[in-house]
Design a protein around this ligand. Structure first.
Ligand code: HAM
Length: 416
């Protein structure tokens, strides 16, 4: 037997039902908030991720799936969605002459070579949105609220942990102060942090190994280094979040694991277990850094597997069980043909219908109809069919009536 690769999984059973339920919620939300679907390739030129996510990030140094294709090109399986969307916006000139926001979303698989554990896979799914062309913090607030209320609709309580990384100058001043403070203590931090102080000092702030160390508890505060504009932008987004009734808290350790961010950044933390479900922020310089025009952008992504895990642990999944409106019972050849015809009409009229396609006995069909929570049973028998009649049984009240075969679809449509 050939097993699946480490860190991957087969989506099925309850998880698949929850996945479908989440996907429907996403589609509804995206239509209500006026976001358009974009689908970009699962593999891209490796350089795209080096130049966007960042050469020194964990993702690029340790986690990408890189290979040479048969044409000797350097290819990488996408570890996240933002870079591909930005590439596509530039390549397809989606910004054009538009002066309103370009609002896009995606829901697809990503690949990171991480150590697999609960909620951490090598192939995983992200729902994300990317919005371009507006530097207004109102768009930050909208992007934050989409996913906050998506979680809310799915029954997940979460807190948005927000921070401001400031503009380039604020960040430079802060990074200098951070390095100055950390240098004398650096040997007391983990090996990764000893490297990060030279390559990416901000990342030390969200180190999982050193997170409880006294050294990190007393670092300079980034809020003391923000420019007036960055501070105002941060205040504004908080004001909007209050208006939108979003549960948030400022957390100065939120620095994000990707290099393209500036200004406001945030993560969604599940109230039940503290797991990070998603994250995002502004990236006003990425489009230009990838050879596009200078247009501001903001976005976020959340991990669908982590949402599935949370839902499975915290809500009653019984009502996600597969269910139909109608089960049509048939045994003889003539009954089967009629079942097929009636089912076709019902299904094409949006009535979820199941038929006996396994040659089962009547007894088994009753059991299956119950398992599928059928509201009505259409019980076909040769005798009635010859008179042009069909039996319909209400599976809750157990009442039965005979209906003219020509009227059965209308009857069902009028009664479900
Ligand atoms: P990220 O924080 O790297 O951001 O990933 C977002 C979410 O993807 C995480 O919070 C987590 O739920 C999920 N995720 C990440 N890695 C894994 C994994 N190995 N297994 C399962 N789930 C995982 C980004 O990717 C940015 N592109 C978000 C963004 C969009 N920022 C602006 N626009």
């Amino acid at each position: 037997m050939i097993a699946k690769p480490k860190g991957t999984y087969d989506l099925m059973g309850v998880d698949a039902k929850i996945y479908t339920y989440i996907s429907h919620e996403i589609e509804d939300m995206m239509s209500n908030y006026n976001y358009e679907l974009i689908r970009t390739p699962i593999f891209e030129a490796s350089e795209l991720f080096h130049r966007s996510v960042g050469e020194t990030t964990d993702i690029v140094t340790k986690e990408t799936y890189d290979f040479k294709d048969r044409g000797d090109r350097n290819i990488t399986l996408r570890p996240e969605g933002t870079a591909g969307v930005v590439r596509s916006v530039i390549e397809n000139k989606l910004y054009g002459n538009k002066n309103d926001a370009i609002k896009l979303y995606y829901n697809g698989t990503m690949y990171r070579y991480e150590r697999p554990q609960s909620g951490r896979n090598r192939e995983f799914t992200q729902f994300g949105i990317e919005a371009f062309n507006s530097n207004d913090p109102m768009l930050d607030a909208e992007v934050i609220s989409v996913s906050y209320y998506l979680l809310n609709n799915l029954g997940i309580e979460a807190t948005v942990a927000i921070n401001s990384l400031g503009d380039a100058e604020s960040r430079k001043n802060y990074t200098d102060a951070l390095v100055k403070y950390l240098k004398p203590h650096i040997n007391d931090l983990c090996e990764d942090c000893q490297n990060r102080i030279n390559t990416n000092p901000l990342r030390i702030l969200d180190c999982k190994v050193d997170k409880d160390s006294e050294i990190l508890k007393n670092v300079p505060k980034i809020s003391d280094y923000l420019s007036k504009e960055s501070k105002e932008r941060f205040e504004k987004v908080k004001e909007y979040l209050n208006i939108l009734d979003i549960n948030y808290e400022v957390n100065e350790n939120i620095v994000r694991g990707l290099d393209y961010y500036d200004e406001n950044v945030w993560e969604y933390i599940a109230d039940s277990d503290g797991v990070t479900l998603g994250g995002g922020g502004r990236y006003n310089h990425l489009v230009e850094a990838l050879d596009g025009p200078s247009i501001p952008a903001v976005g976020f992504a959340m991990g669908i597997e982590r949402i599935i895990l949370n839902i499975k642990e915290n809500i009653e999944v019984k009502n996600l069980d597969q269910a139909v409106d109608v089960y049509i019972m048939s045994v003889s050849d003539e009954e089967k043909i009629r079942a097929l015809e009636i089912a076709q009409y019902l299904r094409l009229n949006n009535v979820a219908t199941e038929i006996n396609s396994c040659n089962l006995s009547m007894k088994s069909q009753f059991k299956i109809a119950d398992r599928l929570q059928a509201k009505f049973l259409i019980i076909l028998n040769n005798e009635d069919l010859q008179k042009g009649l069909v039996n319909i049984k209400d599976n809750a009240t157990k009442e039965e009536i005979k209906v003219d075969e020509a009227e059965v679809v209308d009857w069902i449509l009028g009664n479900i």
